[in-house]
Design a protein around this ligand. Sequence first.
Ligand SMILES: [Zn+2]
Length: 259
Amino acid sequence: MITLGKGKKSVLYIGAHHGMEWITTALLLKFANEYCELFEVNGHISHTSISYLNSTRSIMIIPMLNPDGVEYQINGVKKSNPLYERLIKMNGSEDFSHWQANGRGVDLNHNYDAGFYEYLQNEETQKISNGASTKWCGISPESEPESGLLANFSRFNDDIEMFISFHSQGEEIYYGNNFDPPKENIRIGKMLEKLSGYKLKETEGSASSGGFTDWIVKELKKPAYTVECGKGENPLPLSNLFEIYFKLRRMLFEAPMII
Ligand SMILES: [Zn+2]
């Protein structure tokens, strides 16, 4: 985790819950880089002075929650991997280009305790209960080291006042509407919409079941958002990074000032 700034009020940005969505890691690192460059020269982003932002807010960044999944998606699984046989079985082939889960075949963004058990009991979920490239929620909430650590870190840090989890793709923002979000969730969401040009939307069906954003809203009653970066087919090519960053830049810098 990278922490920028020394303010008490904090926000947490999380990238790459999913293997195919590593462009969100590049996005967050590019942001951290520009933040440091601007801090050194006493710079501004629209009306926000970076030195003021730095002294009054902390921006915590977990750039890649799921490094195993990203590694498999990009480079495939080598025969020398001790989990090779098991991974091939879960994936169904040697082509890992659509791998989203972690190294144990659990989709981390279905592994939190928000609609988890309903999702687990779905017929479709039960079909993939030996692990899969995507959508398998695991046998219990927070069963995975990645999701367990993130959940505990969120739970026990009272200073974190807002959470943004970055995914791709769709140029949309979701706000945990299934779990009776606090009113300020929509108000802040509308501001994020203005800052990014992305559309604030409601989730339908099981897409967000067991998701991190829903869990924060349900359990911690704090503003939390899923930001679907960019547009196209996953994995978005790295050549899309500049355009994605350009659209989200103001939101990344100014969202902490909303809280
Ligand atoms: Zn995702």
